[in-house]
Design a protein around this ligand. Structure first.
Ligand code: IFL
Length: 447
């Protein structure tokens, strides 16, 4: 055989082998089996997430202030300790606030990353770099959200304040939550606000990490970009006429992110039906766009009036039943849309509604155990549920005042500034709660 002919046959052989491998990977993903090799990025295959070619199931936490810790020397020391602890427990998927807006809102965090349209706080951007670099060392992944529907980080209401030149509507002063939500939702239909928001997105997505030198778009430490924390179409009473703008915003923002970054997943940050005018069909419709890779939903028994900490024993059974029903409804939507789904927020107070870090966590442990057990059942039967992030990691943070109110300069806990410090925080010392999470992580990693 001539040398040229031999080379030709070898090339054909290699090409056929490669096709066979790809084919096998596709088939394995379709059957929910581990593929042979795979992308370092978290990717989607049908109702599943894949990481490095294997199905990816996770236990995660909300760590909204991660980039804040990365922005100071003291914070970095705390960050390293906390990431070590989380990693040792198997909690390795962190949902993080990527951008806050500077605001006069009374219960908002400061400093902020987005100072005025187009101007950013470099220290907090570096904080995000540090967070990602430290997470990469520990093989953890992050979900990063770009703004907030709520007031505690400035959020959409601050974009509206920039637009009008008026102070933002402050729901913690007026107590007019419906008015606040209707005003924040104008963000979706303001061309100028969308330009500022997209400029911010472009700045973050196209950034190169100053610590690792890795462009964000090439960094597998990022699992997903997320449009916002809990974006709603408006208030339950008044939001319906504006729903089309909301859906359009979801699709256009996701398209925009994809135009900058083909490697990472995109999700909305929605609470599910409770955040979509209490309408499951609208939740489904809003996420029935190809640019949204996976669904998200949140579960808040106390906020939704199911759980009353003062009548814990009486209200717990209904809380558990409602929670499971809510989960199942959302898994059904995910199945219908053929996408994975993440329960990326849930929480419950400490015993007796006591905010002190020394207060018991019996009721929280019970709730987490019950939810995680339910998640495991759903994972075993191959539903679309791929992971959870509890709300919220409080780590080594601690309330500084007897009134449990956060004030600028105080250490961060898992509870944002609008809520009592200690309300939903899972602290580093909460051994029994963390043991429940660790056990669940073991199961999820075995899938
Ligand atoms: O702290 C809240 C946060 O704004 C959120 N969802 C509910 C949390 C607890 O009330 O995103």
């Amino acid at each position: 055989m001539s040398y040229a002919r031999l080379c030709f046959l070898v090339c054909i052989f290699i090409a056929l082998a490669a096709c066979g491998t790809l084919d096998k990977e596709k088939r394995a993903a379709g059957r929910g089996e581990p593929a042979i090799s795979g992308s370092p990025f978290v990717t989607v295959a049908g109702n599943q997430l894949l990481r490095r070619g294997s199905p990816y199931y996770f236990v995660g936490a909300n760590f909204w202030y991660g980039a804040y810790l990365g922005s100071t020397d003291e914070g970095r020391r705390r960050l390293q300790k906390e990431l070590d602890q989380l990693k040792s427990l198997g909690i390795d998927n962190l949902r993080v606030l990527a951008a806050s807006e500077q605001t006069e809102l009374s219960m908002a965090v400061s400093p902020a990353l987005h100072l005025t349209p187009g101007q950013y706080n470099e220290a907090l951007l570096i904080g995000l770099d540090v967070l990602l670099a430290e997470m990469a060392k520990r093989d953890m992944v992050a979900v990063l959200y770009f703004t907030n529907f709520w007031q505690w980080s400035g959020g959409m209401s601050q974009y509206m304040a920039w637009l009008t030149g008026e102070p933002p509507l402050d729901p913690d002063v007026t107590n007019d939550w419906s008015g606040f939500m209707q005003n924040s939702a104008k963000f979706y239909r303001s061309r100028e606000a969308q330009e500022w928001y997209q400029q911010l997105i472009r700045t973050i997505v196209t950034r190169t990490n100053s610590i690792t030198g890795v462009p964000y778009v090439d960094d597998p430490t990022i699992m997903a970009w997320q449009l916002a924390n809990e974006p709603r179409p408006g208030s339950d009473e008044g939001g319906r006429p504006f729903y089309p703008h909301y859906k359009e915003w979801i699709q256009q923002t996701a398209q925009f992110i994809k135009s900058l970054d083909a490697n990472h997943l995109v999700s909305s940050g929605s609470e599910g039906s409770m955040g979509t005018l209490r309408d499951l069909d609208l939740f489904r419709d809003a996420h029935d766009v190809p640019e949204i890779d996976y669904l998200t939903f949140h579960l808040w028994p106390k906020n939704w009036g199911w759980f009353d900490v003062k009548k814990a024993e009486q209200t717990y059974p209904q809380t558990a039943a409602n929670s499971k029903a809510y989960i199942l409804q959302h898994l059904q939507v995910a199945k219908e849309l053929g996408k994975p789904i993440v329960l990326e927020e849930f929480g419950i107070e400490r015993d007796g509604g006591d905010y002190r870090a020394t207060a018991g966590t019996g009721q929280r442990d019970r709730f987490f155990r019950e939810l995680f057990g339910f998640v495991e059942t759903q994972v075993k039967i191959g539903s679309a549920l791929v992971g959870t992030n509890f709300w919220s990691w409080g780590g080594l943070g601690i309330a500084q005042s007897a009134d449990f109110v956060w004030r600028p300069g105080d250490p961060f806990t898992g509870d944002p500034p609008q809520e009592p410090q200690g309300l939903n925080s899972v602290f580093s010392r909460d051994a029994s709660t963390l043991e429940v999470a660790r056990e669940h992580a073991k199961f999820m990693k075995s899938r």
